[in-house]
Write a protein that binds this ligand. Structure first.
Ligand SMILES: *Cc1c(COP(=O)(O)O)cnc(C)c1O
Length: 426
């Protein structure tokens, strides 16, 4: 692990060519890898030697990019997945099985809410959703003897709740389970959850890391800090011999690498969900400028939030960079350089006015995406949450008039001018 500053890691980490090898990370677009003797390959299958044999398990392009994200987060091991959904699924399923239980923040991304609340429930893994702003005592009550993890987002999408990471880490550790944090919106540029006690970090790399809306992808990073052996009875999958891998006990054989090795050797082997090396190459190009783009997203979002906040047609603005925001103090503590480029706001007159306003935007496009270079906008009540009634929307923390604005890295004056001309029409 290098001691370089994070800007240098964005550029230099991951791919370290030897004499005569390509300077730029190559796309190893090959499903398989060649060996000279049968025994050489046999040792790989026994996990006795390190090396590549089949891209579903490992691929040099994918591994170099995983290593870069690992270093950005300050972890010990990482793996890429084909999507953020796959990352959040594997992160839990690696330590849970039928009969187990997890505790999760209720304000997580809708896809994660469905995955944990409905799909994993069908696999016998129960989930209790808790209000992330509730007191420690209140959240504490959600834990059970069979609870295996606590999960939350550093900045919730789209509610923009900023997580009190230390509070959550303490709750998880009091119950002998890891804190898993989805750090998609903050990115390691603005927040490194391991520094505040989180044990595992996940990402939808689809968002700021890729940064250009080109490739769906995900990542899981392990801090190596959680002591699985100290809670061996809770985590038999990591601490007891795996009969599907020659009786290897991951914690005993791989130490701090146990969690990611198990996720690769077992879950990736059996479930797939790898990224294509081509997509990982593009993700790596995005990562090289992450440290330049994220501050610009935040700077632009701050200007846009201030503009909206002072406009008489705007009913409310939610952005942690505004001093009167509920999460301003938490944001100052955990991400003093800025939060993210996503703002939510509502217009006076409610739902229909919000929709009419969006149709008048010229440069800012209506898309089902956030966190890329281009400013874009979405009305959850009309789009992602369309099937819900106004009452159900409010229960889910999505106001019927809520507009989600993902501020890009164009010139802030042009973004504000587009918002202004659309506001003038309503
Ligand atoms: C988008 C998103 C996901 C899902 O990621 P995909 O790459 O779309 O599968 C998970 N968590 C958060 C916070 C997200 O914004």
């Amino acid at each position: 692990m290098s001691n370089y500053e994070i800007e240098t890691k964005c550029i230099q980490s991951g791919w370290h060519p030897k004499k005569g090898e390509p300077r730029v990370l190559p796309i190893y677009q090959s499903t398989t890898f060649k060996y000279d003797t049968s025994d050489q390959m046999g040792r790989l299958f026994d996990l006795e030697d390190e090396g590549y044999f089949y891209t579903r398990l490992q691929n040099p392009t994918n591994d170099a990019v995983a290593q870069k994200i690992c270093e950005l987060e300050g972890g010990v091991a990482a793996m890429l997945t084909s999507s953020g959904q796959a990352a959040n699924y594997y992160a839990l399923f690696n330590i849970c099985e039928a009969g187990d239980h997890v505790v999760c923040s209720s304000t997580v991304y809708g896809g994660t809410f469905n995955l944990y609340g409905a799909t994993m429930k069908k696999q016998g893994i129960d989930c209790t959703f808790i209000d992330p702003d509730a007191s420690e005592e209140e959240i504490d009550k959600a834990f059970r003897p069979n609870t295996k993890a606590l999960f939350a987002e550093t900045i919730a999408n789209p509610a923009l709740v900023v997580l009190d990471i230390e509070k959550f880490a303490k709750l998880a550790h009091d119950h002998g389970v890891p804190l898993i944090v989805d750090n998609t919106f903050a990115t390691p540029i603005n927040c490194r959850p391991f520094e505040w006690g989180a044990d595992i970090v996940t990402h939808s790399t689809t968002k700021y890391m890729d940064g250009h809306a080109m490739c769906v992808g995900g990542c899981i990073v392990d801090s190596g800090n959680f002591d699985w052996e100290a809670h061996a009875d809770k985590f038999p999958g990591l601490t007891q011999p795996d009969p599907t891998y020659h009786g290897i006990a991951y914690t005993k054989k791989f130490g701090k690498g146990a969690y990611i090795t198990k996720a690769t050797a077992q879950l990736m082997r059996d479930l797939g969900s790898i990224p294509s090396p081509m997509n990982s190459f593009l993700l790596n190009v995005g990562l090289e400028t992450l440290h330049l783009r994220v501050p610009r997203h935040c700077e632009n979002a701050q200007k846009v939030a201030e503009f909206l906040n002072s406009n008489e047609k705007v009913a409310w603005v939610n952005y942690a960079g505004l001093p009167d925001n509920k999460y301003h103090a938490l944001a100052q503590k955990y991400m003093p350089n800025g939060t993210c480029g996503v703002i939510s706001f509502g217009l006076k007159g409610g739902r229909d006015v919000s929709v009419g306003f969006m149709d008048k935007l010229k440069m800012i496009a209506i898309v089902t995406h956030v966190a890329d270079a281009r400013t874009c906008v979405l009305h959850p009540a009309s789009h992602t949450h369309r099937q819900m009634t106004d009452e159900q929307l409010i229960e889910a923390g999505v106001a019927p008039d809520l507009i989600r604005l993902s501020v890009g890295i164009e010139n802030a004056n042009d973004i504000i001018a587009d918002l202004k001309q659309a506001l003038e029409t309503i």
